[in-house]
Design a binder for this molecule. Structure first.
Ligand code: ATP
Length: 335
C-alpha cells in the first residue's frame, strides 16, 4: 500500500512565485513501528546523510513508544529548529503537528506509514529517495489545521461509522492485518452500525438535525487514501468542509459507497455538504470520533456541552512539492 504512484493526477499549482525555504536545522523523527519503516530503514539513514551533505544540521531520533514523536517535536520547537521531518504515517504526523501548530517550525515528511494520506494528497513521492528531494526542492506553505477537544488534525475527523471501525481495529488483532483489518471490520460495521441522531450548529447559525451514519469534517480532501468525502476542501482557505452521510437502507448504503468510491457527481444526493469555521455537534449517545485515522474518544452525551470542531487558520508550516494539486490550495499572496 505504501509503494506506487500518487493517488490521482490533478491539475498542478506551480510555486514559481512562492518563496523557497532554505532551512539549516532539522530533526527527523522516525516511528520504527509504522507500516513501511522496516523496508525503508536504509533509505532513512541515507536521507540523514544526504541532508547533512547538503549543509543541513540534521539528526535522527527514533521513537520508542506512542507520545515520543510529540515530545521530540516539542523540544524541536523550543529550540527553534527549522524543520521537523516526520518519518512514519499519518498517525505520527498527527502527533508531531500538535507541537508544531502555531510555530514557525515546518513539517516535512518521509512517508513510511501504511496509507500515507497526506503524502498522496499533496503529491509527495512514497519512495523515500524521491521524497527526500522534496525536503530540499519543495516550497513552504502555511496551511490550516482542524481542532477538536484540543487535538489538532491535518486531514480530517470522522464521527460515526469510520470512527467505530478505527476504535474497534485498535483493540483487536485485526490491527496486525493492516489495511485488510480495516476493510474486514469496516464491512462488518457497515452491516451492523445503526447510525445516530445528531444535531449540528454550523457557525452558530444554521441548525441541522438528522439521522446519520457518518460525518466527516475535512481540512483536506482525500480520505483513507482512495475516496473523497470532503471533495471541495482546501487546506488554506480558513474553512472546514463538513460531509454528513444520512442513514440509508442497506441497498442505498451500497449505492452511496459506489458513488463515493468512484468520485461520481451523484454522491452529493446522499449527503449534506457544508463549509464553516466551527461546528458544534450534539448526539444523544456518545459516538466514536477519529482524527487523522486514529481514535479520539467520543462525542459528549445529551445534557453535556457539545463537541466543537473548529478551524485553526494558517496554523502550520508545511514543506510540499513545488507543484501541488491546484484543487487543494487557494492561491495566496506570495509570502
Ligand atoms: N515507537 C512507537 N511504538 C508504538 N507506537 C508508536 C511509536 N511511535 C509512534 N507510535 C504511534 O503509532 C501510531 C501509528 O503510526 P503511523 O500512523 O505513523 O503508522 P501507520 O499506521 O502505519 O500509517 P498510516 O497512518 O499512514 O496508515 C501513531 O498513533 C503513533 O503515535
Amino acid at each position: 500500500m505504501t509503494q506506487g504512484k500518487t493517488y490521482m493526477q490533478q491539475p498542478l499549482q506551480s510555486a514559481s512565485s512562492k518563496k523557497k525555504f532554505q532551512p539549516t536545522s532539522a530533526v527527523l523523527i522516525a516511528n520504527p513501528t509504522s507500516g513501511s519503516y522496516v523496508n525503508n530503514k536504509k533509505q532513512v539513514d541515507e536521507t540523514v546523510q544526504f541532508l547533512q551533505t547538503q549543509g543541513w544540521d540534521a539528526h535522527l531520533r527514533l521513537t520508542q513508544q506512542q507520545g515520543d514523536a510529540g515530545r521530540f517535536a516539542h523540544e524541536a520547537v523550543k529550540q527553534n529548529i527549522d524543520v521537523v521531518v516526520a518519518i512514519g504515517g499519518d498517525g505520527t504526523i498527527n502527533e508531531v503537528i500538535q507541537e508544531l501548530a502555531g510555530s514557525e517550525t515546518a513539517l516535512g515528511i518521509l512517508p513510511n506509514g501504511t496509507v500515507n494520506v497526506w503524502a498522496r494528497e499533496v503529491g509527495i513521492p512514497l519512495e523515500n529517495g524521491a521524497a527526500r528531494e522534496i525536503l530540499l526542492q519543495g516550497q513552504r506553505r502555511r496551511i490550516d489545521l482542524g481542532k477538536v477537544n484540543e487535538r489538532y488534525f491535518l486531514l480530517m475527523a470522522g464521527i460515526g461509522l469510520d470512527a467505530e471501525v478505527t476504535h474497534e481495529v485498535e483493540q483487536r488483532p485485526a490491527k496486525k492485518l493492516g489495511v485488510l483489518g480495516y476493510v474486514l471490520v469496516g464491512l462488518w460495521k457497515t452491516l451492523t452500525f445503526k447510525g445516530f441522531r445528531v444535531s449540528l450548529h454550523i457557525d452558530g447559525k444554521e441548525l441541522i438535525k438528522t439521522h446519520a451514519t457518518q460525518i466527516v469534517i475535512g481540512n483536506t480532501q482525500l480520505y483513507g487514501g482512495a475516496i473523497k468525502y470532503t471533495w471541495q476542501a482546501k487546506c488554506n482557505d480558513g474553512l472546514l468542509d463538513v460531509c454528513i452521510a444520512r442513514s440509508q437502507s442497506l441497498i442505498n448504503t451500497v449505492l452511496m459507497g459506489i458513488d463515493v468510491l468512484l468520485h461520481r457527481r451523484q454522491r452529493r444526493q446522499w449527503v449534506r455538504y457544508e463549509t464553516c469555521q466551527e461546528v458544534e455537534i450534539r448526539t444523544r449517545h456518545a459516538i466514536a470520533i477519529q482524527v487523522d485515522g486514529d481514535p479520539l474518544g467520543f462525542t459528549s452525551e445529551r445534557g453535556a456541552p457539545p463537541t466543537i470542531f473548529k478551524i485553526a487558520p494558517q496554523a502550520l508550516n508545511v514543506i510540499v512539492p513545488e507543484e501541488v494539486p491546484a484543487c487543494l490550495f487557494i492561491d495566496e499572496v506570495t509570502e
